[in-house]
Write a protein that binds this ligand. Structure first.
Ligand code: GLP
Length: 290
């Protein structure tokens, strides 16, 4: 694992842009893995600038996003906005190359939002089993929505290219994608129950008044298969999550087992770390900027 510490979010994002540009130049078939949230927005802006100045053209690249809320296409819209609309015409990722797990299901002419899903799950207990927050739909599931969900999550998992640079943020309790505390390190693309703290932290996503308590997410195991995961985090709100990632135990700490993980963080994120912990990190990993 490589840990790079930067004085500001701007510098952190710039370094991310440079690393991604280098990787894309070296391998024309390399794909991207996208993350939503506020953290990568600066990076996406810098990628758009690189396209503007002719350093990069994403029009032939593919991108696979990590997750989507159940009953919404919010992250799909985010993906289109930041990787297509904000790029100079024809230089961003083409619509057909932007992949986001499907969160929109219809049943009896209605969008299945999370309250309807609650009911479906209550009435069809034989169709799935719970493993922590993971809702694992069984091969013989009978309810059409659950059946389709299983089919879609399997297909998404299968389509993920190994040769991808996976951009990651981190939730305050250490989730990557929507792999909440209690998710197996080996999980694959699945339906998950969101933690209350996630629903709270992401409240601004539910301006339409319809809060969702479920999401579809790539699993930790799916993320671990990417050739290069780069996790970005900045600010004191992320200190605890980053501590778990680097030293403790949270869903993101699985990334310590990946030989090529890059962690890009700002100095303030490490502000509250004990000096013994920082020494441990210096001894164990390649650390720059600390
Ligand atoms: C959401 C996404 C994560 C993202 C996290 C952090 O929960 N599912 O992929 O990393 O938010 O978001 P932010 O960067 O806004 O703090």
């Amino acid at each position: 694992m490589k840990i790079c510490v930067f004085p500001s979010a701007e510098q952190m994002s710039k370094a991310g842009q440079e690393l991604i540009l280098r990787e894309l130049k070296e391998d024309p078939s390399l794909a991207l893995g996208g993350a939503t949230g506020n953290t990568p927005k600066l990076l996406y802006g810098l990628l758009a600038q690189a396209a503007e100045s002719g350093q990069m053209d994403l029009s032939q690249r593919q991108i696979w996003f990590l997750d989507e809320y159940f009953g919404k296409d919010m992250y799909y819209k985010y993906a289109i906005n930041f990787l297509h609309n904000k790029f100079p015409k024809g230089k961003g990722i083409a619509f057909k190359n932007i992949h986001v797990p499907n969160g929109m299901y219809y049943f009896e002419s209605q969008i299945v939002h999370s309250e309807i899903l609650d009911e479906v799950l209550k009435k069809n207990r034989g169709d799935y089993e719970m493993k922590g927050p993971e809702v694992l739909i069984k091969p013989g599931a009978k309810h059409p929505v659950l059946k389709q969900l299983r089919k879609d999550t399997k297909a998404y998992e299968k389509s993920l290219p190994l040769k991808r640079v996976q951009i990651l943020g981190i939730g305050r309790e250490g989730h990557i994608g929507f792999n909440e505390v209690g998710t197996s390190d080996k999980s694959r693309t699945h339906l998950t129950v969101l933690a209350d703290s996630t629903v709270e932290a992401n409240a601004e996503d539910f301006e339409d008044g319809i809060v969702t308590r479920y999401a579809i997410t790539q699993g930790s195991g799916s993320i671990m298969k990417a050739y290069l995961p780069i996790l970005f985090a900045n600010g004191v709100k992320k200190t605890e999550a980053v501590h778990g990632l680097l030293i403790g135990d949270n869903p993101a700490s699985v990334l310590r087992k990946h030989p090529n993980t890059h962690v890009f963080i700002t100095g303030d994120t490490l502000g509250e770390f004990k000096s013994a912990d920082l020494d441990k990190l210096r001894k164990k990993y390649e650390v720059t900027g600390l």
